[in-house]
Design a protein around this ligand. Sequence first.
Ligand SMILES: Cc1cc2nc3c(=O)[nH]c(=O)nc-3n(C[C@H](O)[C@H](O)[C@H](O)COP(=O)(O)OP(=O)(O)OC[C@H]3O[C@@H](n4cnc5c(N)ncnc54)[C@H](O)[C@@H]3O)c2cc1C
Length: 429
Amino acid sequence: MTVRVNHGASGAEKATLDAPMFDPAAFRLDDEQAATIAQARELGQTLFAARASTYDRDAIFPTENYRDMHRAGLLGISIPRKHGGLGAGYQTYALAAAEIGRYCGATALTWNMHVCSTLWTGPLADDLEMDSATRAEHDRRRAVHYKRIVEDGAIYSQPFSEGGAAAAGGAAFGTEARPVKGGWIVTGKKIFASLSGHADYYGVLCTEIAEGEKASRRNTLYLAIPAKAPGVSVVGDWDPLGMRGTVSRTLLFKDVFVEEDAALMPRGVYFQAAQRWPHMFLTLSPSYMGLAQAASDFTVRYLRGEIPGTPPVKRRMYPTKQIAVAQMQIKLEQIKAIWFQAVSEARANPSKEQVLRAYAAQFSVMEGANELATLAIRTCGGQAMLKSLRLERIYRDSRCGSLMLPWTAELCLDRIGREALYEPGETDD
Ligand SMILES: Cc1cc2nc3c(=O)[nH]c(=O)nc-3n(C[C@H](O)[C@H](O)[C@H](O)COP(=O)(O)OP(=O)(O)OC[C@H]3O[C@@H](n4cnc5c(N)ncnc54)[C@H](O)[C@@H]3O)c2cc1C
């Protein structure tokens, strides 16, 4: 479905834009939210969609898209207005990111890593406990990060994964921060570090550990390490199945000095966030929500003979096509409904029901996006999976969602089953 959009005083029609995934009236969004989300959709459709195949084919970072997002203020989408950002909360950000993912999965996914460095240090940290001196210090430090982003277009990433149990929340991070005068010396390795070589700051999770101490998850630090700091290097290649534009190579930190003010959260606050604000890990899902919509959009247009670059042959009259489209529509609406509910109730100390719903939403989006893409390929047929069209990229990108720690599809199943059957502390002994 498309809507005609009028721009400028003359009211002259400039573009035919897709309808929003979540209609503001139907989903009760206010005008400010609707405007921010519409801006993301317009950028995605008018600029990012056409560039996506190059980033994918060559596995290169979407630098031009980031310049456009900076110009549009979207790098600061979740930075408070008083710091020059758009002041968007969790729900608005998630809906905007889904609209970007609809046109370029890799841009949406990397933008997520960047935005989380502001969302987690901003509205999320505001919900957490800190004494007044710690909060004042946090306010001063985050203002520095926000200024860099708003004024200079600085890009942040989130390299957490190390290949062990830490990114799943099962162990302390192996990347270590040894306290020294004025800061820390950081040493370690991060795998699948999206934006590597392209971010200005790597938002690294590591374990603060003094000589002779045992590593503990309670001592997790979240540090913004400058990409140009001595001792930081990017190694290995990046030639994956999908989400190729994320450029998720390996990062090495060898005796990197990081000053105290680089802390994106005060001591102990990341650990508190992970316990009390679990929806912080649902933020990988919007990109894939957008891909689910993209698979559906493509199928409808293809069967109507409306995909540019293909002959205008209609295939919609066959009952099997209509049934497949109906199945896709039902699946898409189911995913949208649970996901919208889950991103709308993100908060500190959610109820058990809300946490189980968040896992279920993540699972539904990550698995559902790829199920929709699979059905789209079967239904549209051979000509639709040629690399000149976007469907096969949607298929490959969407396959990556279930692999993303800490809430992989498997871990969501694991947690839903266990947490539904056991109350905290309950055992069978
Ligand atoms: C496109 C893309 C971009 C990414 N970008 C980033 C990024 O920017 N930053 C970042 O930190 N990471 C990123 N990741 C990494 C991602 O979160 C995983 O760490 C990565 O996919 C490697 O996982 P693995 O297969 O080594 O996990 P493994 O630890 O080997 O786990 C394999 C699977 O086993 C299951 N599993 C793991 N632990 C448990 C457990 N305790 N109980 C039950 N099952 C378990 C999970 O389902 C998991 O998928 C990215 C991944 C992809 C695909």
